[in-house]
Design a binder for this molecule. Structure first.
Ligand SMILES: Cc1ncc(COP(=O)(O)O)c(C=O)c1O
Length: 404
């Protein structure tokens, strides 16, 4: 008889439940209260959705199968209308529809990289990159962000991370979870690096529309970056608060866009992932995004204000500066590993992300989502502040620590 079945090395994950997930599951199963400060699913945060926007799904035209490798023209035109409203001119020929930004990343990794090639990703950053890259045999290298009166890129750090195998750099604009936008001086530095090393830029703009009041106006990278190959990824999951609809896109700019689009078209043709009803409804959902965005912006602003109000009187925690997105990064005294802190907080009925989940050091960082229902959020923050106050550390201990 043969030996045990062999699996690919790329799927050699440790799939055992980790200590945090286990503790959370047990607490939920026991029916004990948990104020969830990680809630990031907009469909479960008490927002009002317009059920009438589902009517387009049932249009008779969805009975026709019209396989379009780049996605339906109407769907792509709707994406262009979105950019036009942001003041950016993009043609439908520059758009490829996908079922998620994750799928868009996968298309781009396959377009740009051979097995073993490298892509730079911001750190702290979105944890899914590790899995997306591994599945496409791409190696990730971290491009550390620095915090100095706000988050920013470190051009010299990026330069040091580039090797002959580097093909692209990912930017998240605004970044998750740090909430900072890429500034004009950073765009200039990035464009110069991309030109010098022949790199493409993959820019994730899923949170673009969630700028905090009072922060500087921003533009989409879909406007282009002086001919540098730029691939903007975005989609309905955040822009229209509809992650379940599985609709996203890539917008391609730069001098080599025609060749890139031809190849992306073949990738699209291979999978033809878009379904007819969703493409048919895409224009309606995008056009209706204002109503859900207004609710989300209001929720995020109120929760952020509540966080700051409670932290103003709290000795042991501070919030880092952010300009947009749905998250806040918290600095706490690094007196023990954050996994321990998160477990102890869970025992007190509040669930937060440890910073290391987003690539931060193991001690001294927590991340909270600002999307959850206000009462629950308020209660969760109160428990967090009480816990930190009781652990007997002072604000001086927080401020004395070096940033990242
Ligand atoms: C930076 C970033 N990109 C993409 C996504 C997910 O997008 P999608 O649902 O289109 O895969 C998320 C979700 O949290 C995100 O934080």
């Amino acid at each position: 008889m043969g030996e045990a079945m062999r699996f690919s090395a790329r799927t050699n994950w440790n799939t055992e439940e980790n200590a945090l997930a286990r503790a959370h599951r047990l607490r939920m199963e026991a029916g004990l209260p948990v104020a969830d400060l990680t809630a990031s699913n907009p469909t479960r945060c008490g927002f009002r959705y317009d059920a009438e926007s589902l009517a387009a799904l049932a249009s008779p035209e969805t009975l026709d199968y019209d396989p379009q490798p780049r996605g339906s023209l109407r769907g792509r035109e709707a994406v262009c209308a979105y950019y036009a409203e942001l003041g950016v001119k993009v043609a439908p020929e520059q758009i490829i529809l996908t079922t998620s930004t994750s799928e868009a990343y996968s298309y781009l990794f396959r377009l740009l990289c051979d097995a073993g090639d490298e892509i730079l990703v911001p750190q702290p950053g979105y944890p899914l990159f590790d899995f997306l890259a591994a599945l496409d045999d791409v190696r990730l290298k971290n491009a550390p962000l620095v915090y100095d009166h706000g988050w920013q890129i470190d051009p010299e750090g990026i330069r040091r991370a580039i090797t002959p195998r580097t093909r692209a750099m990912v930017l998240v604009h605004p970044n998750n979870p740090t909430g900072h936008f890429t500034k004009a001086w950073e765009k200039k530095e990035l464009a110069a690096l991309c030109r010098e090393f022949d790199l493409a830029l993959v820019v994730d703009e899923v949170f673009l529309d969630y700028r905090f009041a009072g922060s500087e106006a921003v533009t989409s990278f879909a406007a282009g970056l002086g001919g540098v190959p730029v691939f903007v990824v975005s989609g309905l999951s955040k822009i229209a608060g509809l992650p379940q609809m599985k609709a996203a896109w890539i917008a391609v700019t730069g001098t080599e866009k025609a060749a890139a689009l031809d190849r992306l078209e073949v990738i699209g043709d291979t999978f033809l992932p878009m379904n007819a009803p969703v493409q048919c409804a895409l224009p309606t959902w995008l056009a209706g995004r204002g109503a859900i965005q207004a609710q989300i912006r209001r929720r995020v602003a109120r929760n952020l204000a509540e966080l700051d109000r409670q932290f103003a009187g709290a000795p042991a925690v501070s919030r880092l500066k952010a300009e947009g997105g749905w998250y806040a990064v918290l600095r706490i005294p690094a007196t023990e590993r954050d996994e321990r802190t998160v477990l102890e907080l869970l025992e007190r009925g509040v669930w937060v992300h440890p910073g290391y989940f987003f690539g931060m050091p193991e001690s001294g960082w927590l991340v909270v989502s600002l999307l959850g229902e206000e009462q629950e959020f308020q209660q969760g923050v109160r428990r967090l502040v009480d816990y930190l106050a009781k652990s007997g550390v002072t604000r001086d201990a927080v401020i004395d620590q070096d940033p990242l």
